[in-house]
Design a protein around this ligand. Sequence first.
Ligand SMILES: [Zn+2]
Ligand SMILES: [Zn+2]
Length: 123
Amino acid sequence: MSSRTYAAVHARLRRRRGRAVGQPCAAPECDRLATGWALVGEAMIYGEHASRAVRWSTDLDDYAPLCDSHNALLDHGGDWEMCPRGHVRVVWGKKPNGHCRGCARVQERARRRRLARKENDDA
Ligand SMILES: [Zn+2]
Ligand SMILES: [Zn+2]
C-alpha cells in the first residue's frame, strides 16, 4: 500500500498539518525554529528513503516540528529524556554533532583502555 510509505506519510503530513518549517521547535526549552517534521512517537515502520535508513509512523499525531539539532538528537535513538544507552540528557548534554556526551565519554574510556592494553602488550 503506497500510502504507508515514508514519502506518502510526509506528503500527508504537509497536507493535513502544513509546513513545519518556521514553526517553533517542539522540544522542551528549545527556542529555535523547526526545519521539518520529525517523528516523536513510536516508529511503526523501518525502511529506506532516498537511500537513507529511516523510521516512520503512519499516525500523523506522532510528528512534531523540530529544529535540526533536535531532529538529529532523536535520529540517533532514545528520546527527550534519555539517550539510547540510558544517559539522562539534561545531565550529560550533547556534543555539537548531536551525540550524547555520556556515550562519547564511554567510547573515549574504551579507546584509552584499548590503547593502554596495547602499550602493555608492546612492553
Ligand atoms: Zn530544537
Ligand atoms: Zn549516552
